[in-house]
Write a protein that binds this ligand. Structure first.
Ligand code: FAD
Length: 461
């Protein structure tokens, strides 16, 4: 085997390349990345004060992918973050996550692991969760922090380059070359074709709809996908104090009446900042992150509702996109924010009402309005009822002034079908990470990349 191409230069891609080197791959590995090199990925928002809708978003695109531009809370258990345990088994996935963690430490991650404590306060939170009908997932987390993770990924990138990995930024892969169920290469920027022995598609959430189109075009088999739609909630640190202190990130799962859909909290950022990220077609989505040192007075977290669709509907990505677009339309292309109490009272939120609250929104260019005008009834009911359940564990969570930002959507619905060796139905083609719908976080996407490298090397050994 002479050469391997990785489409997308994000988290899964870098860990895959790392492992190919570790396993002694002697051929050429080339990584084609749509965005800029990591050292040039500056989000102009910090200077402009608001999102200026860059052509290619420096938060979601660029070498190292979303990893270095996120808060990077890396979950060290298999309980969350994707379907890898389903594909590879729990034990193998855990061992890959442990190995991934050793690489993070090698490249300078903070050795402290959050969420390992056990005391009376923690047991009390667990008791209250049971009484409220919520499951509390208390897995260990390594928190890198946005600024530190950029440095870590920079070191990882430099290491890969020193080992002759060819990282090519500003190169969007526009098509895969597939004939007779065999992939032989891909086309960059609509014109230049490259051939390779193996092609690994690792395009992240940003490339999820592109990959969905490629699946249709080239008959790459898919599994029915789920879609997570929800809101980003922001409240004062005082409200979340105990969860922040003992868990850093408390992951709650519930199935509120009447629909009994799966609703969960995700990506909690104590002292963090709500953020906007832009996707293809200028779709503005809300997210959150926190820094190791710079802290706000607020905690944010997302509440996500899982949506599964049954026949004949098979366009979950488009469904979520439409909700996102409708919400953006109501906010003139931005993120909408509304007080929880206003949602319950059936009224929109006005900017001057936000100014009177204890809590000041950390996403300063979010537009006060009515998120219920765009959110489907079922999703909104799930969110409201879940917030009321969580209020029993975290008193004050359902306060009038609690802020809900929308749209928060997780694009991982198009799930590429693969066997336990990660083979797709197309020869020589692997699809890994968030874009393939396999993973939903740093740990499992990295683990997926590592395992993909091992599978490929297994073939050449
Ligand atoms: C704001 C934010 C906060 C997050 N916080 C956390 C967190 O705290 N903890 C956690 O575990 N996870 C977090 N995540 C998720 C985590 O970053 C992802 O799960 C992880 O990066 C997925 O890795 P990936 O390689 O699959 O995709 P990515 O890291 O997204 O990389 C995909 C890359 O492919 C490129 N690409 C896409 N299409 C093409 C194409 N056609 N041609 C060439 N290149 C292409 C993209 O530009 C991108 O750089 C967060 C994500 C965001 C956006």
């Amino acid at each position: 085997m002479n050469n391997i191409i990785i489409v997308g230069g994000g988290n899964a891609a870098l860990f895959c390349a790392y492992e190919l080197i570790e396993k002694g791959f002697k051929g050429q590995v080339s990584i084609f990345e749509e965005g800029k090199d990591l050292k040039y990925r500056d989000c102009p928002k910090s200077k402009a004060g608001k999102c200026i809708h860059c052509n290619i978003c420096n938060i979601t695109a660029g070498v190292a992918g979303c990893g270095p531009k996120t808060d990077a809370k890396v979950s060290l258990s298999t309980a969350v973050g994707g379907y890898l345990p389903e594909i590879l088994g729990e034990e193998k996935t855990q061992s890959l996550i442990n190995y991934m963690d050793s690489i993070l430490l090698k490249f300078g991650a903070d050795p402290k692991v959050e969420g390992l404590e056990d005391n009376e306060e923690i047991r009390d939170i667990k008791r209250k969760s049971i009484a409220a009908g919520l499951k509390l997932v208390d897995d260990p987390i390594r928190h890198l922090g946005t600024e530190k993770s950029t440095e870590l990924y920079q070191r990882l990138e430099e290491y890969l380059i020193s080992k002759n990995i060819n990282i090519i930024p500003n190169s969007k892969v526009t098509d895969l070359i597939i004939k007779n169920n065999k992939c032989s290469g891909m086309i960059v920027n609509g014109s230049t074709a490259y051939v390779a022995d193996k092609i690994i598609v690792a395009v992240g959430r940003r490339g999820a709809s592109w990959l969905e189109n490629q699946c249709k075009l080239h008959n790459i088999n898919k599994l029915p996908g789920t879609m997570d739609i929800g809101v980003r909630v922001e409240c004062r640190n005082e409200i979340m104090e105990k969860i922040n202190k003992y868990f850093y990130e408390g992951k709650f799962i519930g199935y509120p009446a009447p629909f009994r859909d799966k609703v969960r909290t995700f990506c909690q950022n104590p002292g963090g900042f709500v953020a906007q990220e832009n996707y293809e077609g200028n779709l503005a989505l809300v997210n959150g992150h926190s820094y190791k040192e710079l802290k706000s007075k607020n905690t944010n977290l997302s509440i996500l509702v899982s949506h599964s669709f049954t026949t004949p509907f098979d366009q979950p990505l488009l469904y979520a996109q439409k909700i996102g677009e409708l919400t953006n339309m109501l906010a003139n292309g931005s993120i909408l924010v509304q007080r929880y109490g206003d949602i319950i009272s059936g009224k929109r939120t006005w900017q001057n009402e936000l100014d009177k609250s204890n809590i000041k929104p950390t996403l300063i260019d979010a537009v006060a309005g009515d998120i219920t005008a765009a959110m489907p009834y079922r999703t909104m009911t799930d969110i409201v009822n879940f917030i009321q359940m969580l209020d029993k564990v975290v008193p004050g969570f359902a306060a009038y002034e609690t802020l809900l930002y929308s749209p928060e959507i997780k694009f991982y619905s198009n799930r590429v079908a693969m066997d336990e060796h990660l083979n797709t139905n197309i020869q020589n083609l692997y699809c890994i990470g968030d874009g393939a719908g396999v993973t939903r976080g740093i740990a499992q996407s990295a683990a997926n990349g590592i395992q993909c490298a091992r599978e490929i090397m297994g073939e050449v050994e």
